[in-house]
Ligand binder design. Structure first.
Ligand code: DX5
Ligand code: ZN
Length: 222
């Protein structure tokens, strides 16, 4: 399972999103954080902006929906052409029905867990999704520090996926940097979201390559 680096445009310049998507063209996916000021105490962009980002982005788009009622809203992001649509387990009424709908629309289906949400209740549903997102900060803002206590959950999730013989990606989001990425990769994650680490770097493209190299250097990534 290969290492993927998905920079979060939450730390980009919102007045220059097309330019800032071009800056990360060597990444695997562009991570787009959709927040509704209800599920999280912050508000970002919605479907109409994402529809345009899909059209101008040089790489596929990975949407992370931090919104209430994803059952109602998430399919629209798949219809807009997002390659991956991740909704929160805490917000979904019918996660399996929604994941199936996203896949039917041609997107990869992702299920996200806040730091305090256990993975165990969802282990039997892993075959219904393409990616499990383990949040490693409380969702809502960029630039927070990595919560070390989430590492055992990443490990348990990866072990359960391997045991079931599934090809489910494990994504981590929050506080990923050159300082933390090796420990996170060692725990079994293979998709790394990094916002402030990439866009805060003098050379974002070089930072993406540094993160990729560090993650690939851990035994688990091979
Ligand atoms: C936070 C968002 C993240 C955010 C990560 O709720 O989901 O994608 O951009 O930012 P950093 O990498 O700065 O922790
Ligand atoms: Zn995110």
């Amino acid at each position: 399972m290969g290492v993927l680096i998905n920079p979060s445009i939450l730390s980009a310049d919102f007045a220059n999103l097309e330019r800032d998507l071009g800056v990360i063209a060597n990444a695997d996916y562009a991570h787009v954080d959709v927040m509704d000021n209800h599920f999280v105490p912050n508000l970002t962009i919605g479907l109409s902006v994402v529809e345009r980002l899909v059209q101008v982005c040089p790489i596929p788009i990975d949407t992370h929906l931090m919104i209430e009622n994803p059952d109602r809203w998430a399919p629209g992001f798949a219809e807009a052409g997002a390659a991956s649509v991740t909704f929160h387990a805490e917000a979904a009424q019918a996660p399996v029905r929604l994941a199936r709908e996203l896949r039917r629309l041609g997107a990869r289906a992702g299920l996200a867990l806040k730091p305090a949400t256990p993975v165990e209740p969802f282990l039997d549903l892993l075959s219904e999704i393409d990616m499990l997102l383990v949040m490693t900060v409380e969702p809502g803002f960029g630039g927070q520090s990595f919560i070390e206590g989430t590492l055992p959950k990443i490990r348990r999730a990866r072990a359960a996926i391997s045991e079931a013989g599934l090809d489910v990606w494990v994504q981590v989001d929050g506080g990923v940097s050159r300082t933390t990425i090796e420990r996170i990769a060692d725990a079994g994650a293979n998709v790394f979201v990094a916002g402030s680490a990439v866009y805060g770097a003098d050379n974002p493209a070089a930072e993406i390559e540094s993160l990729r190299t560090l993650a690939n250097a851990t035994p688990h990534s091979h």
